[in-house]
Design a protein around this ligand. Structure first.
Ligand SMILES: O=P(O)(O)OC[C@H]1O[C@H](O)[C@H](O)[C@@H](O)[C@@H]1O
Length: 281
């Protein structure tokens, strides 16, 4: 692939599914299922190859949140990734592409470790999987946190519900409080929410999702889940997010963020997220 081709599309023409990938940040910027867009991308998102793309699915690595030695949420979302495998059809008829990020002079200046991130993107009918492999390619052990920062596109966030978090302990970033147990069976959102749930079951459900559909979120190897909506004030503070866009999105982000992952030389960490849409037949 020429260095000028920064984006590519994974497509299943037979059922109107597609995924758009921007190699800046290895960011998925669109996922269409039966012709309907599933992901929120802000109308004010910047594509300046400097700031992380506001929407789609940015990748957080090697640090979730504010980072004393580097940019918030780490550098993976603002680095240029490479294509390891262009979209091709596998034996099961799935369309698979692989992108990768390897340490370079810029990343080592911030965080002096050698690593390889490999993200396998698999598109099936009404289903999209992301498989993350992190390999320590150096000779020193390192620690990291990581997260798949999915922005779902919603018709009205107040009508959506997140199911599967009941009983989980969480940190409410908006108040700075640790809450011992989520009591709600169905989490609804009518204000700024920024909750970091620990040890979440591997199956979550988002109702009232994109185009009103229900999405099953299945994760493996990611113990935690963040639920975020900036609401009115948060939206106004972000230059790359429209003031009126907060009702149209919800981030449900699966990750390994509460505890760090330690990776010894030559070791590999693997985790995945699968998004399955319940489509009308
Ligand atoms: O503005 P960003 O750096 O993209 O972060 C956007 C949001 O990401 C996560 O969901 C965090 O939990 C939030 O605290 C943060 O505001």
């Amino acid at each position: 692939m020429s260095e000028y081709q920064q984006t590519f599309v994974i497509e299943r023409k037979e059922d109107g599914s597609s995924v758009n990938v921007n190699l800046f940040g290895g960011t998925v910027t669109s996922w269409k299922c039966c012709g309907e867009e599933m992901l929120f991308l802000s109308k004010n998102a910047l594509f300046d190859n400097k700031k992380g793309i506001r929407g789609g699915i940015p990748i957080v690595f090697p640090h979730f949140g504010p980072w004393p030695i580097g940019p918030q949420h780490g550098f993976a979302r603002i680095q240029m990734w490479e294509v390891e495998q262009l979209p091709s059809v596998d034996v099961s008829g799935n369309v698979v592409a692989i992108i990768a990020l390897v340490d370079n002079a810029e990343t080592r200046k911030i965080w002096d470790f050698k690593f390889k991130l490999r993200m396998t993107l698999t598109l099936l009918k009404c289903c999209f999987s992301m498989d993350l492999h992190v390999t320590n390619t150096g000779d020193a052990e390192f620690n990291f946190t990581t997260l798949i920062h999915t922005y779902f596109r919603l018709p009205d966030v107040t009508k959506s519900r997140v199911l599967g978090l009941t009983g989980c302990k969480y940190f409410d970033k908006t108040t700075g409080q640790d809450i011992q147990s989520e009591t709600r069976e169905q989490l609804s959102v009518d204000r700024n929410i920024d909750n970091i749930y620990a040890n979440v079951p591997d199956e979550l459900t988002l109702t009232g999702g994109p185009a009103g559909r229900t999405i099953k979120i299945t994760k493996k190897g990611f113990p935690d889940t963040v639920v975020w909506n900036p609401w009115v004030d948060g939206a106004q503070k972000m230059a790359d997010f429209g003031d009126d866009e907060y009702p149209l999105m919800l981030c449900v982000e699966v990750g390994h963020v509460v505890k760090k992952v330690s990776l010894a030389p030559a070791q590999e960490f693997h985790a995945s997220q699968t998004l399955q849409i319940q489509c009308p037949e």
